[in-house]
Write a new protein. Sequence first.
Length: 475
Amino acid sequence: MELNSVKETEVLIVGAGPCGLALACDLARRGVRALLVEQAPALFPGSRGKGIQPRTREVFDDLGVGDAVRRHGSRAPVGMVWREGRRQGEHDMFRRAAPTEAEPYGEPWMLPQWRTQEILLARLRELGGDVAFSTALTGLDQDAEGVTAHLTTGPVRASYLVAADGGRSTVRQALAVPMTGETVDPAPMLVADVRVAEDALDRLNWHVVMGEGGFLTLCPLPGTADFQLVAQFEEGEPDTSAEGIRALVAARTHLAANDITEVRWSSDFRPRAALADRFREGRVFLAGDAAHVHSPAGGQGLNTSVQDAYNLGWKLGQVLRHGAPAALLDSYEAERRPVAAEMLGLSTRIHRGEQERGAATQQLGLGYREGPLSVGRAGVLHSGDRAPDGPAAGGRRLFDIFRGPHFTLLAVGTDAELPVSDGDLVHVHRTDAYEAYGTGVFLIRPDGYIGWAGEDTAGLAACLAPLGLATLTRC
C-alpha cells in the first residue's frame, strides 16, 4: 500500500447514530477534522430511543439544535391503562417538574430517534461536516502515533478513532474488549413504528395494554402520524412482519388488524444490560452503545450516549487544537464509565419495577466529583458538579454565556481579581450572588460541568495546563 493512498483525518468516528453525530458536531465547531462513517446507506429509520431527558436537552441547546428539538418534539403524553378493551384510567409514568432558573427543562421530551438524528445531521452539515454512508470498518491497526482503519472505501489514518457503532460494535470486537452484563428480562420484545386509522385510537395518551402474553404499548410520536408500538412476549418469538404485527395488535387490544394501516419499521430484541470492561484501548475510544447497552426502560441509553460524546468532544479538541497533554483523554473513561454503570443499574431497576422514573432519570444530578479533573469547591457547589443555569448580566442567562466550545471563568457575588482571558478559549464573566451557586469563582468546562472552584482565584493556575489553558494569565 502506498502512503499517499491513505486518507488522513484527525478523528475517525465509526457509526452515525446520536452519539456519533453529536460528537461530529462538537468536533466540527472546534475546528477538528473528523470523518464520520456509517456502514448503512442512510440514517437509522426507527423511533427506538424517543425520550430526550432534561440534561440532554441542555446539551442539544449548547450544540445549536435546541430550537429544532423543541419544534419537532413534545411533552411525553400521560399514560392510559387498558384492560380487556376498556380504559382503566390515566397513569403518568414520568416525574414532571416545572422549569426553574437553575434547571430550565423540567421533564422528558419526546422525539423519535430518526428525527433526532436528522436534526443532528443537518447541524453537522451547517458546520461543514457530513456522513460517509455505505462505509464499513473491516479492521484496524494502531501504533503510538495514530490509528489506521481499514474501510470498505479504502484505508484512513487518524490520530484517534471513536467507536460509536452500537451494541454489536465491530470496533469493540476488533479490540477484543469484553462486555460484562446480564439479561434484564428473558422475555423477548418487539418495537415498531406503525400508522393507526384516525378514528381507531386517540393521540392524547400513551396507551398501555395489560393482559395475557405480556404488555403492549402504543405511544404517539410527535411531529408524525406514527405510533411507536412496544410489545413483550412471555413465550414465543416476535413476528416482526407487517402481518405479524397486525395480528398481534388484534389479539391483544380492542383494535382490528386493519386499523394498523402501515408498518413503517420494526425490530425485536431481548432487554439486557452490559458494560464494556474499558472505554479506551490506546488511541481508540468506545462511546454510546459500543460501551454500554441498556434496557429501554427509563430512557437512558440514547441520553447517556450523547453525553459520552459531549464529554469526549471537548477533550479531543483541547488535545488536538490547544496543546493539552494527551493525559487529559484518560479522564474520559474515568468520568464516563462510572456514570454509565450507574445509569445501567437505574434502567434495569426501572425495567424490573424496582424503581419509578424519578429525578434520577433526568440526569441533572449526574457529575464528576470523584473524577480526576475535579479540584476545589465554593459556595454550594463542588468541582465536577453540573453548572446550573441562572440570570446573567444584560438580561441574558448563564447558559447563554456558557454556550459554545469555550471555557467560562465565572465570578459569582465576589469582586475577586480575575485573570485576563486568552481570547476565544476562555470567556470571563461576573454575576451577582445566586443561591444555586452561592459565592465564589468557578471555571466552567465546555461540557457545562465545573472544572475548578474556589473562593478566589488562588489555586486556579495549577489546574490550567492539564486542560490546555496554560496561556490564561494574571491568576
